[in-house]
Ligand binder design. Structure first.
Ligand SMILES: *Cc1c(COP(=O)(O)O)cnc(C)c1O
Length: 471
């Protein structure tokens, strides 16, 4: 299997090279050349597999330059009951009539990003060792991504992590989660500024070509192909758990931001998994809902991005969206490059002539949820089922209930656990004891390790220089 860029100007590459990449050199996103087709017989075989075995079957179709035995070791090390709380890894639990949750948040940081990031941590360590290379991961986080990356990369050989977060802007739980890590290769940097300032610092360090090369800088953001690949697995697993035979159709509803999670669902559908609809749920930052309902894609400025109570979906443009547009345009890279150049110039584009294909061929529909919807849904579900759901999952449940057709069975992706977002749960339900996984009890009382710096890229560069001898 080779990988190509959506923009069409990058020579085909192998999986292990793509794994360590961000954007393609031509500015596009990397994609497999084709999607292996899974026939009915294979689906029947896969239906009986446990998570790790299923992950191996799927990933070995895409990671063809990693020897099978090595890939199996990486996967077996990643998908354990110890890390994800159950043998199912991503269990399905019924909520109400024809609506179930696909639990993706039982990993170390209580958010769905762990499922892919834990794999990435082990895969990075393996590939760096083979290539005899080292990597300095820099990142900016307002919560979920940073902690998932740190828990995936802690203690890994040949990898150092410098994670910037806005000083004083994260929840107490999120701070405790990240700052309590005492691994020597993890460095928390609290920047006296906002999340956007942290992102600007990452960008400016990346743009310094000499510094980037000298310290072998890399990122683990949501456009990474390895993350998308790892996420394809739970669409298959969820389908098998919720159906008894391959004649049955199933829809997925996914609380979305950068379009990484639902993009994996799209690829599972491309491979022949009998997915009916892919329902994209957004919060007030509805650039994706706007596209799926009008065909117009109009990214916003970051100053036009709302701060909401489902913060991990607060995006101004959806960084993985280009992967879908590539398929929608029938792999016309030249046209795609033109559209995304317009995006770069702050303009949008209009594909309303393709809107029927978007829903008919690809199965996409969408809906939007607001702060009040979130509170109402958390309360409604708790009253009806005694189950607590987090604000992001509530956006998904709200949209799923709104769009559900008669007899349509929908799996809503549970993208975080409520324990991470106590304030909003309390706002919806009043004072309530939130259940917490055992490994997070007492987290806030642990010592914290963080360096506070002014909003200045040079201050961050100094910290990196102090800890890393140039490679
Ligand atoms: C990252 C995240 C999302 C959005 O996922 P995308 O892949 O960016 O669409 C939704 N919910 C939670 C809790 C997240 O952490």
């Amino acid at each position: 299997m080779k990988y190509i860029s959506t923009r069409g100007n990058t020579a085909p590459m192998q999986f292990s090279d793509v794994l360590l990449m961000g954007l393609a050199p031509d500015g596009g996103l990397m994609l497999p050349e084709y999607y292996p087709q899974i026939d009915n017989e294979t689906l029947n075989k896969w239906r009986k597999l446990d998570y790790a075995d299923l992950a191996f079957e799927i990933m070995s179709l895409f990671a063809t330059d990693i020897p099978a035995d090595d890939l199996r070791l990486i996967i077996n090390k990643t998908y354990t009951k110890q890390a994800f709380g159950s043998d199912e890894i991503t269990p399905v639990s019924p909520l109400c009539d024809n609506l179930s949750l696909l639990e993706l948040s039982n990993g170390p940081t209580l958010a769905f990003k762990d499922v892919a990031m834990q794999f990435l941590g082990n895969a990075f360590e393996y590939v760096l060792d083979k290539k005899n290379e080292r990597l300095t991961i820099i990142g900016a986080t307002s919560g979920d991504t940073g902690s998932a990356a740190e828990y995936a990369l802690r203690g890994k050989k040949n990898i150092s992590v410098f994670m910037m977060s806005p000083h004083g802007k994260m929840s107490e739980f999120q701070r405790a989660q990240m700052y309590s890590l005492d691994d020597a290769n993890i460095h928390n940097i609290a920047v006296e500024g906002m999340f956007d300032d942290c992102q600007d610092i990452v960008k400016s360090l990346q743009e310094d070509a000499e510094f980037k090369k000298k310290y072998s800088l890399g990122t683990v953001n949501s456009i990474n192909w390895g993350r998308i690949l790892a996420q394809i697995v739970y669409y298959f697993k969820g389908y098998f758990a919720a159906t008894t035979n391959n004649e049955q159709k199933l829809s997925f509803c996914v609380p979305s931001g950068n379009f990484g999670n639902v993009c994996a669902g799209l690829f599972a559908k491309q491979m022949g998994l009998p997915i009916d609809r892919l329902i994209v749920a957004t919060n007030e930052n509805d650039v994706l809902h706007e596209f799926f309902s009008t065909g117009k894609y109009t990214p916003r400025q970051s100053s036009e991005t709302y701060v909401t109570s489902s913060p991990s979906m607060d995006i101004s443009k959806a960084s993985n969206f280009e992967r879908f547009v590539y398929l929608l345009l029938d792999k016309d890279s030249a046209y795609l490059a033109q559209l995304f150049n317009d995006v770069k110039l702050g303009k949008g584009f209009d594909l309303s002539d393709k809107l029927s294909e978007v829903s008919q061929k690809f199965g996409f529909v969408s809906g939007k949820s607001t702060h009040q919807d979130r509170l109402d849904t958390i309360k409604k579900i708790y009253t009806k089922t005694q189950r607590l759901i987090d604000p992001h999952t509530a956006d998904g449940v709200k949209v799923a209930l709104q769009l559900q057709r008669e007899d349509e069975h929908i799996l809503v992706a549970e993208t975080a656990l409520p324990a991470k977002f106590e304030d909003t749960i309390v706002e919806a339900l009043g004072k309530i004891d939130l259940p917490r996984p055992e490994h997070t009890i007492g987290l806030e009382d642990k010592p914290q390790y963080v360096t506070v710096v002014p909003n200045d890229a040079e201050a961050v560069a100094q910290i990196i220089k102090q800890h890393i001898t140039a490679y």
